[in-house]
Design a protein around this ligand. Sequence first.
Ligand SMILES: Cc1cc2nc3c(=O)[nH]c(=O)nc-3n(C[C@H](O)[C@H](O)[C@H](O)COP(=O)(O)OP(=O)(O)OC[C@H]3O[C@@H](n4cnc5c(N)ncnc54)[C@H](O)[C@@H]3O)c2cc1C
Length: 475
Amino acid sequence: MKVCVIGAGPAGLTAAYELAKQGVEVEVYEASGEVGGMSRSFQLWDQTVDLGPHRFFSSDARVNRLWLEVVGDDYAMVDRLTRIYYKQRFFHYPLQPVDALRNLYLGEAAACITSYMRERISPTLEDDHSFESWVVRRFGRRLYETFFKSYSEKLWGISCQDLDADFAAQRIKKLSMAAVIKDALGWGRGGHRTLVDQFAYPLGGTGLVYDRMAEYVSALGRVRLNCPVRRVVNRGQRVIGLELADGTYTKCDHVVSTMPLTLLMKGLEHVPTAVEHAASSLSFRNTLLVYLNIANRDLFPDQWLYVHDPDLLVGRITNFRNWVPQICGSSENSIVSLEYWANDGDAMWNETDDQLIERAKQEFRATGLLGDAKILEGAVVRVPKSYPVYARGYQSHLQVLVDHLREMKGLTPIGRYGAFKYNNQDHSILMGLLAAEQILNEGQQDLWSVNTDYESYQEEATITSSGLVMAEAAS
Ligand SMILES: Cc1cc2nc3c(=O)[nH]c(=O)nc-3n(C[C@H](O)[C@H](O)[C@H](O)COP(=O)(O)OP(=O)(O)OC[C@H]3O[C@@H](n4cnc5c(N)ncnc54)[C@H](O)[C@@H]3O)c2cc1C
């Protein structure tokens, strides 16, 4: 059997790695010149950096087992510090209600509590499955406006009324009054360290995992870089091969695709109009990362900060100095990345590097985090289609594609943009594992149902002596 894998990111490489281990003939086609996809690391100004923050965490034993198999001992557990920056003040993230209220002015804190209580007693919004109604009903309007609205609207580029509640359910912990009271009384989590407090990070940057997987696959099969796939070729309901951008045709028995789902659909033949229409109703948001090299070792202690100020366009700032010392080498400087989000047609997406760097410098100065330090230089990385947009109603469009693709033999679409799921690395790794399992056993795993909705329970998992949780996942 020959399997072609489109994309050398976490999902594609995991599938290829698992298949190669079992002796399957596998070829990976990667459009760019590097492996790792959005989870790659690269060298910049004599240091190693990632595409923004890349924290690995999973409570799924299968994912952790594979990660440890690849990384070996070359990782460290990092004590997490991530905060929200809002109007020159810092709030712990994930939100700790007592810390949040303490940090707000007294009047503002009282207004937040009143608005929370009002929502609990009598909700002011219908549950219309929007992000806004989900958050307001659980946290109150005041907390929603302070801690959720501006960041989410920067990230997604749509109003929170148009954003689907799925995003909130996946990524935001529910507020429990019992937890708030325990927190206030200093009882916290009883001293257990959880995946909220610590995460595993490879000593060579997050991309080390995928470099190693690619090395392994290359030794047994092939990883072809700079080799974009134009389309997956089907005859009726059966996939028969790939057409590369240079026009070459490659025959194979099975395709694992991690290319954007919407582009995959465009290339397939005999797609009904309703399915084409559903595909064109899904959209992605792009990320712009502006890196600044700063002559100072101690800018701020967080691995990253969420920037909630509506006056600043930047949404997140990563400080690579605070991950593991190995990635900084002997440099005395700190590299920070400022994250911006844009749609294809937005003016910012089409700005020059110089314009983007200038804005990033100004905004970083405006936060007050730079102090007297000097910014030495800047660099820009554009990451297209980095976020599948969970606009309200997206599930019904996605379901049309899923129903169509379920009937297609020899094709397994997985991954973040590959399956239009707001995956972290661990979800994409899990999809790769399950895809390989399905191909090897001709099993009937429903990969579309791989759950991305488990961040909160997952983060509650405790850390074992090996650093990573090895117990079987709860669900
Ligand atoms: C700014 C940012 C911060 C993040 N932070 C975290 C974090 O803290 N923790 C975490 O776990 N995850 C994080 N993620 C998510 C993580 O990067 C992704 O979940 C993960 O990389 C997805 O893996 P994937 O293989 O599904 O897709 P990708 O990583 O996107 O890989 C897909 C690959 O397919 C290739 N490709 C696309 N089209 C074609 C084609 N036509 N032909 C050939 N190749 C093609 C691409 O070049 C790419 O290499 C973050 C992402 C971003 C953007």
